[in-house]
Unconditional design. Structure first.
Length: 384
């Protein structure tokens, strides 16, 4: 046997061992089974203030506000839209309602990211506009909320005394690139932050999904408010990390509350992921190398080993690679079902893994060139 064959055999064995670890020892992340239950009854339904940061969201914000105004929520519900310098008619598109207030956002303060700066202004208006609010619902301007969403969020928070209840909403998954890359994005997020670990108060793992976060007002104030995390690009996970040391949090998946944001081209998904991929690695070159190696080990080695073993007549390598590939497919299948995709799409995962590794490298290159973290005309890597 050649050295190359032995190296491939060893990497394949390591890949299978790693997939076995992920399947059995990482919180069952791949099951994609953390979902909100139906809401029961409460003696009293607390007041909720919805805060929507909006920057050039004219195409979707009307649907978001409309879905919130249509909520089947027994308690008091009010909405604040913070217009963050929009130039596309976002304010007019938001609509008019007695329960809706629109705030013109101030110029971005130094040291803040745009979204958190807008959120902070909405929260600052709460004493005047919603003085009795027990919860803030922080949501994006492209989310359509199921009519029972707030009822279910509040019921869970009240019954389990949670300081944060967050949903990874259903992402748009219709186009060619969305079908290949969006379920994988959700799968990778679950692998990075196993939801059962996030929801376990005895573990330090903390994460949230920024599209839908119900936050207990008192807990946020006690933790120091969003100003503590004002410069974080991955603001949702930063908020979860801020709150979990002081109380319990919960993160789940949603079939019904969904995002309207479309990604029609590969470049759009590429930019969305590249904006924060290297941030997730703490801008570390060593972690970048480890991430690229890990992606290759998990997603490329199994098919390479299977095909190589088949071509060379090396049954041991072929079976080992096939076992790792089967483990990969088994882990990915529940997330594909969540997005109503065929199981055959597991065959795309090695290519998708390669693409995500390339996106992560491009995220690092953007950072080193001084234009990473860009979003809607702002570039946080260069301090703009």
């Amino acid at each position: 046997m050649t050295i190359t064959f032995l190296i491939l055999f060893g990497l394949t064995a390591l890949s299978l061992a790693t997939w076995s670890h992920l399947l059995f020892l990482r919180g069952g992340f791949w099951k994609a089974d953390q979902e909100l239950a139906a809401a029961g009854q409460l003696d009293e339904w607390p007041s909720v203030l919805v805060v929507i940061p909006a920057r050039d969201e004219a195409k979707t914000i009307g649907h978001t506000v409309g879905s919130l105004l249509a909520q089947d929520y027994p308690g008091e519900l009010s909405i604040i839209v913070v217009d963050d310098g929009s130039s596309d008619g976002t304010v007019a598109a938001a609509g008019v309602s007695e329960r809706l207030r629109i705030i013109e956002g101030a110029v971005l303060a130094e040291g803040w990211t745009g979204k958190l700066w807008a959120v902070s202004q909405g929260i600052a208006a709460a004493p005047e506009l919603a003085p009795t609010a027990t919860y803030f619902l922080l949501t994006d301007a492209d989310i359509v909320h199921h009519y029972e969403n707030i009822r279910q969020l509040v019921f869970k928070a009240e019954r389990e005394r949670l300081d944060l209840v967050s949903l990874m909403v259903g992402l748009h998954c219709q186009g060619f690139w969305e079908k290949r890359l969006i379920p994988a994005f959700v799968f990778f997020f679950q692998k990075l932050y196993p939801f059962t670990w996030v929801n376990d108060p005895t573990r330090s793992t903390a994460a949230a999904a920024g599209g839908c976060m119900l936050v207990r007002r008192q807990a946020l104030a006690a933790a120091g408010g969003v100003a503590i995390i004002r410069d974080r690009l991955i603001d949702d996970c930063a908020l979860a990390g801020l709150l979990k040391p002081h109380g319990q949090i919960w993160l789940g998946l949603s079939h019904h509350t969904r995002s309207l944001r479309r990604y029609q081209r590969l470049s759009e998904i590429w930019d969305m992921v590249a904006r924060t991929a290297f941030v997730q690695l703490d801008h570390s070159a060593m972690l970048l190398l480890g991430a690229v190696f890990g992606m290759g080990l998990l997603y490329l080695v199994p098919p390479i080993a299977t095909i190589t073993g088949l071509l060379l007549g090396q049954t041991g390598l072929e079976l080992l690679g096939a076992a790792a590939w089967a483990a990969m497919a088994a882990a990915y299948a529940p997330t594909l079902r969540l997005y109503d995709q065929r199981s055959a799409h597991t065959l795309w995962l090695p290519i998708v893994g390669l693409l995500y590794a390339m996106i992560t490298v491009s995220s690092a290159l953007r950072h080193w060139r001084g234009y990473g973290g860009g979003w809607k005309g702002r570039n946080y890597s260069s301090g703009e």
